[in-house]
Design a protein around this ligand. Structure first.
Ligand SMILES: Nc1ncnc2c1ncn2[C@@H]1O[C@H](COP(=O)(O)OP(=O)(O)OP(=O)(O)O)[C@@H](O)[C@H]1O
Ligand SMILES: Nc1nc2c(c(=O)[nH]1)N=C(CO)CN2
Length: 176
Protein backbone atom coordinates (compact mmCIF):
# COMPACT_ATOMS: atom_id res chain seq x y z
CA UNK A 1 0.00 0.00 0.00
CA UNK A 2 1.37 3.46 -0.84
CA UNK A 3 1.16 6.67 1.15
CA UNK A 4 -1.57 7.72 -1.25
CA UNK A 5 -3.93 5.02 -0.01
CA UNK A 6 -3.35 5.01 3.72
CA UNK A 7 -6.18 3.42 5.66
CA UNK A 8 -7.83 5.29 8.51
CA UNK A 9 -7.87 3.18 11.67
CA UNK A 10 -8.71 3.52 15.36
CA UNK A 11 -6.63 2.13 18.21
CA UNK A 12 -7.74 1.84 21.85
CA UNK A 13 -5.10 2.14 24.56
CA UNK A 14 -5.47 1.09 28.19
CA UNK A 15 -3.28 0.89 31.29
CA UNK A 16 -4.01 -0.11 34.89
CA UNK A 17 -0.51 -0.75 36.30
CA UNK A 18 2.44 1.58 36.92
CA UNK A 19 2.45 5.25 35.99
CA UNK A 20 -0.55 4.95 33.70
CA UNK A 21 -0.62 8.43 32.19
CA UNK A 22 3.13 8.43 31.50
CA UNK A 23 2.84 5.04 29.82
CA UNK A 24 -0.07 6.13 27.62
CA UNK A 25 1.76 9.32 26.64
CA UNK A 26 4.92 7.37 25.80
CA UNK A 27 2.91 4.83 23.81
CA UNK A 28 1.44 7.61 21.66
CA UNK A 29 4.95 8.88 20.97
CA UNK A 30 6.03 5.35 20.09
CA UNK A 31 3.10 4.98 17.69
CA UNK A 32 4.21 8.15 15.93
CA UNK A 33 7.59 6.49 15.28
CA UNK A 34 6.06 3.47 13.52
CA UNK A 35 6.98 3.61 9.81
CA UNK A 36 3.94 4.42 7.67
CA UNK A 37 1.80 5.48 10.64
CA UNK A 38 0.40 8.99 10.98
CA UNK A 39 -1.50 10.09 14.07
CA UNK A 40 -4.70 11.96 13.20
CA UNK A 41 -6.27 12.44 16.64
CA UNK A 42 -5.94 11.71 20.36
CA UNK A 43 -9.06 11.48 22.55
CA UNK A 44 -9.41 12.64 26.15
CA UNK A 45 -8.41 10.12 28.83
CA UNK A 46 -11.08 8.37 30.91
CA UNK A 47 -10.77 6.37 34.13
CA UNK A 48 -12.86 3.30 34.91
CA UNK A 49 -13.03 0.20 37.07
CA UNK A 50 -11.36 -2.90 35.65
CA UNK A 51 -13.66 -5.19 33.70
CA UNK A 52 -12.63 -8.81 34.25
CA UNK A 53 -13.92 -11.99 32.67
CA UNK A 54 -16.49 -12.39 35.46
CA UNK A 55 -17.51 -8.72 35.69
CA UNK A 56 -16.33 -5.42 37.14
CA UNK A 57 -13.57 -5.86 39.75
CA UNK A 58 -13.60 -2.91 42.15
CA UNK A 59 -10.56 -4.33 43.97
CA UNK A 60 -8.34 -4.29 40.86
CA UNK A 61 -6.34 -1.18 39.91
CA UNK A 62 -8.45 1.24 37.86
CA UNK A 63 -7.80 1.74 34.16
CA UNK A 64 -6.98 4.81 32.16
CA UNK A 65 -8.21 4.53 28.56
CA UNK A 66 -8.07 6.63 25.41
CA UNK A 67 -8.37 6.12 21.68
CA UNK A 68 -6.26 7.45 18.84
CA UNK A 69 -7.08 7.95 15.19
CA UNK A 70 -4.36 7.01 12.74
CA UNK A 71 -3.65 6.54 9.07
CA UNK A 72 -1.49 3.56 8.17
CA UNK A 73 0.11 2.43 4.93
CA UNK A 74 0.70 -1.22 5.86
CA UNK A 75 -1.48 -4.28 6.28
CA UNK A 76 -3.55 -4.98 9.43
CA UNK A 77 -1.17 -7.73 10.60
CA UNK A 78 1.82 -5.40 10.26
CA UNK A 79 -0.03 -2.91 12.45
CA UNK A 80 -0.69 -5.68 15.00
CA UNK A 81 3.04 -6.53 15.03
CA UNK A 82 3.86 -2.85 15.62
CA UNK A 83 1.41 -2.41 18.50
CA UNK A 84 2.46 -5.72 20.10
CA UNK A 85 6.10 -4.54 19.99
CA UNK A 86 5.14 -1.29 21.74
CA UNK A 87 3.17 -3.23 24.39
CA UNK A 88 6.22 -5.41 25.02
CA UNK A 89 8.50 -2.35 25.23
CA UNK A 90 6.31 -1.01 28.03
CA UNK A 91 6.57 -4.13 30.12
CA UNK A 92 3.37 -5.84 29.10
CA UNK A 93 3.26 -9.36 30.50
CA UNK A 94 0.34 -11.59 29.49
CA UNK A 95 -0.67 -13.49 32.61
CA UNK A 96 -4.39 -13.99 32.20
CA UNK A 97 -7.11 -12.97 29.79
CA UNK A 98 -8.36 -9.48 30.67
CA UNK A 99 -5.71 -9.40 33.41
CA UNK A 100 -4.05 -6.26 34.79
CA UNK A 101 -1.51 -4.72 32.40
CA UNK A 102 0.90 -1.81 32.01
CA UNK A 103 -0.25 -1.28 28.44
CA UNK A 104 -2.85 -2.71 26.10
CA UNK A 105 -3.31 -1.54 22.51
CA UNK A 106 -6.26 -2.92 20.53
CA UNK A 107 -7.01 -2.32 16.85
CA UNK A 108 -10.68 -1.34 16.87
CA UNK A 109 -11.34 -0.66 13.19
CA UNK A 110 -9.15 -0.56 10.09
CA UNK A 111 -10.87 1.19 7.22
CA UNK A 112 -13.84 -0.97 6.19
CA UNK A 113 -11.84 -4.17 6.71
CA UNK A 114 -13.62 -7.18 8.18
CA UNK A 115 -11.19 -9.94 9.04
CA UNK A 116 -11.10 -12.80 11.51
CA UNK A 117 -8.16 -15.18 11.80
CA UNK A 118 -6.21 -16.81 14.62
CA UNK A 119 -4.21 -13.61 15.31
CA UNK A 120 -6.55 -10.78 14.51
CA UNK A 121 -10.24 -9.86 14.55
CA UNK A 122 -11.30 -6.57 12.97
CA UNK A 123 -13.54 -4.82 13.93
CA UNK A 124 -12.49 -5.69 17.49
CA UNK A 125 -15.22 -8.14 18.58
CA UNK A 126 -15.79 -6.60 22.04
CA UNK A 127 -15.45 -2.89 21.22
CA UNK A 128 -19.20 -2.36 20.72
CA UNK A 129 -19.88 -3.28 24.38
CA UNK A 130 -16.99 -1.30 25.93
CA UNK A 131 -17.77 2.16 27.26
CA UNK A 132 -14.04 2.73 27.75
CA UNK A 133 -13.61 2.43 23.97
CA UNK A 134 -16.86 4.04 22.76
CA UNK A 135 -16.85 7.19 24.94
CA UNK A 136 -13.37 8.46 24.02
CA UNK A 137 -13.96 7.46 20.39
CA UNK A 138 -17.19 9.48 20.26
CA UNK A 139 -15.27 12.51 21.60
CA UNK A 140 -12.77 12.10 18.80
CA UNK A 141 -15.33 11.46 16.05
CA UNK A 142 -19.03 12.12 16.71
CA UNK A 143 -19.91 10.35 13.42
CA UNK A 144 -17.89 7.19 14.12
CA UNK A 145 -19.38 3.86 13.06
CA UNK A 146 -18.33 0.27 13.75
CA UNK A 147 -18.89 -1.52 10.43
CA UNK A 148 -21.57 -4.16 10.93
CA UNK A 149 -22.48 -2.89 14.43
CA UNK A 150 -23.68 0.69 13.98
CA UNK A 151 -22.96 4.25 15.09
CA UNK A 152 -20.74 4.60 18.15
CA UNK A 153 -23.19 7.16 19.56
CA UNK A 154 -26.03 4.60 19.45
CA UNK A 155 -23.89 1.78 20.83
CA UNK A 156 -22.73 3.95 23.74
CA UNK A 157 -26.30 5.04 24.45
CA UNK A 158 -27.25 1.39 24.97
CA UNK A 159 -24.64 0.92 27.71
CA UNK A 160 -24.69 1.91 31.35
CA UNK A 161 -21.44 3.90 31.12
CA UNK A 162 -19.52 4.45 34.38
CA UNK A 163 -16.48 6.35 33.18
CA UNK A 164 -14.88 9.41 34.74
CA UNK A 165 -13.12 12.05 32.61
CA UNK A 166 -9.51 12.02 33.82
CA UNK A 167 -7.26 14.22 31.66
CA UNK A 168 -6.70 15.79 28.29
CA UNK A 169 -3.19 15.13 27.03
CA UNK A 170 -1.17 18.02 25.58
CA UNK A 171 -1.00 15.96 22.36
CA UNK A 172 -4.80 15.62 22.22
CA UNK A 173 -6.68 16.75 19.16
CA UNK A 174 -9.71 15.65 17.24
CA UNK A 175 -8.64 16.61 13.76
CA UNK A 176 -5.06 16.99 12.66
N1 LIG B 1 -8.37 -6.25 16.95
C1 LIG B 1 -7.35 -6.72 17.70
N2 LIG B 1 -6.48 -5.86 18.30
C2 LIG B 1 -5.45 -6.34 19.04
N3 LIG B 1 -5.21 -7.65 19.28
C3 LIG B 1 -6.06 -8.53 18.71
C4 LIG B 1 -7.16 -8.11 17.91
N4 LIG B 1 -7.82 -9.21 17.48
C5 LIG B 1 -7.18 -10.27 17.96
N5 LIG B 1 -6.13 -9.88 18.72
C6 LIG B 1 -5.25 -10.84 19.37
O1 LIG B 1 -5.55 -10.87 20.73
C7 LIG B 1 -4.39 -11.37 21.37
C8 LIG B 1 -4.55 -11.25 22.85
O2 LIG B 1 -4.75 -9.95 23.14
P1 LIG B 1 -4.77 -9.48 24.63
O3 LIG B 1 -3.97 -10.37 25.51
O4 LIG B 1 -4.39 -8.02 24.61
O5 LIG B 1 -6.30 -9.68 25.00
P2 LIG B 1 -7.01 -8.88 26.06
O6 LIG B 1 -6.60 -7.43 25.91
O7 LIG B 1 -6.77 -9.49 27.38
O8 LIG B 1 -8.53 -9.01 25.68
P3 LIG B 1 -9.36 -8.21 24.61
O9 LIG B 1 -8.93 -8.73 23.27
O10 LIG B 1 -10.76 -8.54 24.95
O11 LIG B 1 -9.08 -6.74 24.76
C9 LIG B 1 -3.30 -10.56 20.71
O12 LIG B 1 -2.05 -11.17 20.81
C10 LIG B 1 -3.78 -10.51 19.27
O13 LIG B 1 -3.16 -11.51 18.47
N1 LIG C 1 -11.83 -0.56 32.47
C1 LIG C 1 -11.18 -1.39 31.64
N2 LIG C 1 -11.30 -2.71 31.80
C2 LIG C 1 -10.65 -3.56 30.94
C3 LIG C 1 -9.84 -3.08 29.92
C4 LIG C 1 -9.72 -1.68 29.79
O1 LIG C 1 -8.99 -1.20 28.88
N3 LIG C 1 -10.39 -0.87 30.66
N4 LIG C 1 -9.23 -3.94 29.06
C5 LIG C 1 -9.40 -5.23 29.17
C6 LIG C 1 -8.80 -6.15 28.20
O2 LIG C 1 -8.47 -5.57 27.03
C7 LIG C 1 -10.19 -5.82 30.22
N5 LIG C 1 -10.81 -4.89 31.08
Amino acid sequence: MTAANRQPAVLALGSNLGDRLTTLTAAISALEQVPGLELTGVSPVYESAAVKVDGVDDDAPRYLNLVVGIRYTGAPHALLDAVNAIENDYGRVRVERWGDRTLDIDIIVFGSVSLHDERLSIPHPRAAERDFVLAPWLDLDPEAVIPGRGPVRTLLGAIDATLTPYAVLPSAGGNR
